[in-house]
Ligand binder design. Sequence first.
Ligand SMILES: NC(=O)c1ccc[n+]([C@@H]2O[C@H](COP(=O)([O-])OP(=O)(O)OC[C@H]3O[C@@H](n4cnc5c(N)ncnc54)[C@H](OP(=O)(O)O)[C@@H]3O)[C@@H](O)[C@H]2O)c1
Length: 356
Amino acid sequence: MRYKSVVVTKRGGPEALQVVENDLCPPSTGQARIKILATPVCGPDIQHRYGQTPIAPKLPFVPGYAVIGVVDAMGDPEQRGGGGGADFAVGDRVAALTIFGGYAEYAYLAEEDLIPVPAGLDPAETVTLILNYIVAYQTLHRSAKVEAGDKVLIVGASGGVGTALLDLGKLANLRMYGIASKSKHHVLLEYGAVPIDYQTQDFVEVIRQAEPDGLDAVFDGMVWGYLDRGFSLLRRGGTWVQYGNPLSFSGLLRLLGKLVLLNALPNGRSLRLYGTTTSKFGRGRYLEDWATLFELLEKGKIKPVIMAKFPILEAARANALLESGRVTGNVVLVAPELLWGHRLPGNHEGVLREWT
Ligand SMILES: NC(=O)c1ccc[n+]([C@@H]2O[C@H](COP(=O)([O-])OP(=O)(O)OC[C@H]3O[C@@H](n4cnc5c(N)ncnc54)[C@H](OP(=O)(O)O)[C@@H]3O)[C@@H](O)[C@H]2O)c1
């Protein structure tokens, strides 16, 4: 049997994504073969494709930062050591933070990297928890340790991580300000955030007037453009969490320099860097936090914004949509059988018509 995946063949735009065929082999020792149900299209996928990372991934590679799927085959139990202690079985619903490999019909994953997922959850919504919501949850509750009533600023509030911050921030009863382009302000208002238009308003002036005592925390996915001017908006003891990925090695060094400098100043404010691949929280904390997020989704306490779904093999069109700058929330690739019956919320119908 054969299966297909979507491969980045050269550095550049969405046209660099090509569908290729591979042999469907049995999983090897310690692996599970996963039939992929959903994988997000996210900012880091685009940065990887253009090579805008401190260490660019080698070509060719399959993007896809996270997956939800079903275990389709397991490595031979005897080869796994004969102890029979496998935690997963064929038919189980699982997830993984893959970093690469999600744009495919199947993935081969180490059993130890699998995350158990409650079977009843919608795969497209759930896959947003594996990346965007875990970033939002951990930056809020582990990096900044927010409390009800805290005053926070979210930079890039309309994006995949940004809308997750708004959703979880509302649940935590935060007073939120969000920076986003004007056409997307309706989403920020739905979460009770005060929107700031970065094209026509000076965010420093707006916040200084609204919060003269300063902010408790800032969540910044932009890397540059906000930190230098905005750091002084924090109150004493406030935290700036930088989760945007540096786009080059020199950018990473500059950011590390800022980390040392700003944290050495005797003003009680701190800068924290957050990365899913560099986080110090450990696997145990991740599993705990994903379980919390699954429960919140099951109980209807959070609701990811999904602007569009595409079949997995149409990843190039989905990437073009995200790159167009017109997306609010998430774009998700799904197994074609899951697209049946999908409808977009009112405001997004125009965009869907153009892109499908
Ligand atoms: N550390 C990690 O582990 C991790 C994980 C995921 C993502 N990230 C990083 O987080 C960032 C966001 O990722 P994402 O997947 O959420 O991307 P996304 O969905 O593409 O969202 C990015 C958002 O930024 C906004 N934006 C663009 N230019 C802006 C500006 N000058 N000022 C303010 N907002 C601006 C865009 O909306 P507007 O139309 O409103 O401008 C867009 O909604 C990326 O740098 C990504 O690499 C890091």
